[in-house]
Design a protein around this ligand. Structure first.
Ligand code: ZN
Length: 275
């Protein structure tokens, strides 16, 4: 199944996407849907009102996750091209819901940063409560997958050894357009992930190249704290970010940023200087 959160005037709605239309599932967003223990059955069989998707306004697929955990260096080819040894443990940092935007919303370039950069990533969305997961529990706890652009203020990220302050600027991180349930998609089989700036491909990689895979990350993180429905794990980005260009290349007002993963979908967001 393909699930999305749409803005419908004064409300939002969780929908099941079917081709070029969608069925309103009677819940305010996909996060609220996933909080229902029988969400799979509800999502599959709710008859609901049918909506056209032409001109649909996508909210972040989970508008207010309880947790957004992000992973640093995690693509083998990118780590080795940087001349680093493969890490034994994932690097984790956080992002807060205020950073999230929808699949076609503008990326707000903060007036206080001159180094906003793109990071196309596979997002893992949790669909059950899970703690101290083994691999089987971890796989069962994954609701599905989406796309997240972990837009980063490099000048703030590297002010200290802790990355958080560069990673959670308001209205910077596109998340969507849909969640594809785990029964229909296997990132370990190798999905193409890409980023484009005004149509020029700047990142391209296979999700099969992830060092710490979705199941590994759920096992690792759930050893620290409980994961709950609607929580999000952004799994890291491959090579091709602007900061690694010579000279560095950052987002400017009016640039169109497209991020996509084969089998999930794509988002196109225009960078806009804050006024
Ligand atoms: Zn990232």
């Amino acid at each position: 199944m393909r699930l999305a959160t749409l803005r419908l005037g004064v409300r939002t709605a969780a929908v099941r996407v079917e081709g070029d239309s969608a069925v309103d599932l009677g819940m305010p967003d996909v996060g609220a849907l996933l909080a229902m223990p029988d969400w799979r059955e509800r999502a599959r069989s709710t008859p609901g009102h049918r909506l056209g998707l032409a001109g649909a306004d996508y909210a972040p697929v989970i508008p207010r996750p309880g947790k957004i955990l992000c992973v640093g260096l995690n693509y083998r080819s990118h780590i080795t091209e940087m001349g680093r040894a493969l890490p034994q443990y994932p690097t984790l940092f956080a992002k807060y819901p205020e950073a999230l935007i929808g699949a076609a919303d503008d990326i707000l370039l903060p007036s206080r940063s001159a180094a906003m950069d793109w990071e196309a990533e596979l997002a893992v969305v949790i669909g059950d409560h899970v703690r101290h997961a083994d691999e089987g529990m971890a796989a069962a706890a994954i609701a599905g997958y989406s796309v997240l652009n972990d837009v980063t203020a490099r000048d703030w990220q590297y002010r200290s050894t802790q990355w958080l302050q560069g990673k959670t600027f308001e209205r910077t991180a596109p998340f969507g357009p849909v969640l594809v349930t785990a029964d229909e998609l296997d990132p370990d089989s190798g999905l193409e992930l890409a980023a484009e700036l005004d149509g020029e491909i700047v990142q391209r990689a296979s999700t099969a190249d992830l060092l710490f895979k979705a199941v590994d990350l759920v096992c690792y993180i759930s050893a620290i704290l409980p994961l709950s429905p609607g929580d999000v794990i952004a799994t890291g980005t491959p090579g091709g970010v602007g900061h690694a260009h010579e000279p560095p290349r950052y987002l400017r007002d009016g640039v169109r940023v497209t991020t996509r993963i084969t089998g999930i979908g794509e988002m196109t967001n225009v960078a806009r200087a804050s006024s």
